[in-house]
Design a protein around this ligand. Sequence first.
Ligand code: NAD
Length: 503
Amino acid sequence: MATSVTGIKTIGSWIGGELIGSNSGRSGVVWNPATGEELGQVDFAGESEVDLAVARAKEAFTDWRRTPLSRRAEIMFRFRELADANRKVLAQLITMEHGKTFADALGEVARGVENIEFACGIPNLLKGEMSEQVSRGVDVYQMRQPLGVVAGITPFNFPAMVPLWMFPNAIACGNTFVLKPSEKDPSPSLFMAELLQKSGLPDGVFNVIQGDRIAVERLLAHPDVKAVSFVGSTPVAKGIYESGTRHGKRVQALGGAKNHMVVLPDADINMAADAAVSAAYGSAGERCMAISVVVAVDTVAEPLMEAIKSRINDVRIGPGFEDGSEMGPLISGEHKDRVASYVERAPGEGAEVAVDGRRHSAASRSGFFLGPSLLDRVQPGMRCYDDEIFGPVLSVVRAATYEEALRLVNSNPYANGVAIFTRDGGAARQFQSDVEVGMVGVNVPIPVPVAQYSFGGWKTSLFGDLHMYGPEGVQFYTRGKVVTSRWPDPGTSAVNLGFPQVR
Ligand code: NAD
């Protein structure tokens, strides 16, 4: 039986419907980013626990794939109801371990719940196609079947939403699932496992293994794992894709980002500045769809810089649970130092530090706080432009023309999200056609597709063919089978050695 996972100090794995500690002897610290104190320890699964989770998932697959679609949908509906009723508990766990503000955590949960709602429609989503009479007495139909045991490996920045991008669809399609969440915020996944169990999901269909690279490598090599969904940084995504496909698995590996926001001279300056500040510093810049570069075209640069600077001063920084807090701490002390090092280095590379987040009063609090930074006159070739910083640092690149701005965006190896701010519909339409990025916002700074569409970048922001969740998620977690059938009149039967043709 499951015990409550809320508030536990030693965090284990969830295998076959039970919380299990690890005997690997390896563990990690889970920090409270708002205080810099240790919240607990997470037991890292070794190969034997991974093997056990995969074995439980494999056993569960036999019955689960035969479970009627309406029953699978019913469980998803119940899970949706429980997730909805427990939004606050889930958001508390997120804020506690990740540090983002409670309001932001509730937003994360809301976007995750959308994915459960989508999966509730599985009886409709799995409808096949049929062509009657493709030849005399011959019909063809196509069905989609589950793959078996599938694995998900997720990042720290959305400890509930990104797992929810994966497992509701995977499970509703008839697969069984092994999730390896980030070791930095492991509790939301365990809480969702409890909710799934309460929803009536058979034990073994959903499992959570805690851990790091060791667990991931075992999942990638395990012969019974048929597919791997990954979300995280680009170097790791590339390695996962290469290793997973080498082991014969289907892999979708979503990587990092450097999202540009192009502001044309005709844009509404206030709206663009509001959007830039919200999208750059929300969740302390630790969003894969955060805006990290504003490309100010021509005359918009000066007024836009002023409008952004004036708004930065008003951003309220504090612990995620504090009323009025708009931006929380970073995930760890190490990450805070790494982010600050880009600001430190920027002047030597030729950029101007317009706002220095290291000097913000919040940066001296206990906890992993850093103020928002704004860098001006940034150029490709500078580390602050080339690297994904993943923190509250917004760079401004000045471009003389729309064409120069477009070239800049299209030359970047990352291609997750992009936005254009303009009042010119024709320019926006041209941009959405020309830009080589997977998700585009027109006067929308964070264009995360709703659950009925699919999420994914291009270039080094996604390795694999299919985007995540929505219709492409269903495609990823199933394989097609085409049946050509004939129910002949025995009277018309004859030997014919020719190649089958339409008659
Ligand atoms: P990360 O790549 O460090 O870790 C992601 C997952 O991989 C974690 O579960 C981690 O334990 C595991 N991992 C880490 N190193 C590994 C290794 N060498 N071998 C095997 N597994 C390994 O990413 P993170 O720091 O947790 O998250 C931030 C990153 O995720 C950013 O780059 C961000 O852009 C990206 N991200 C991308 C998207 C997207 O949709 N494209 C969404 C969210 C986050």
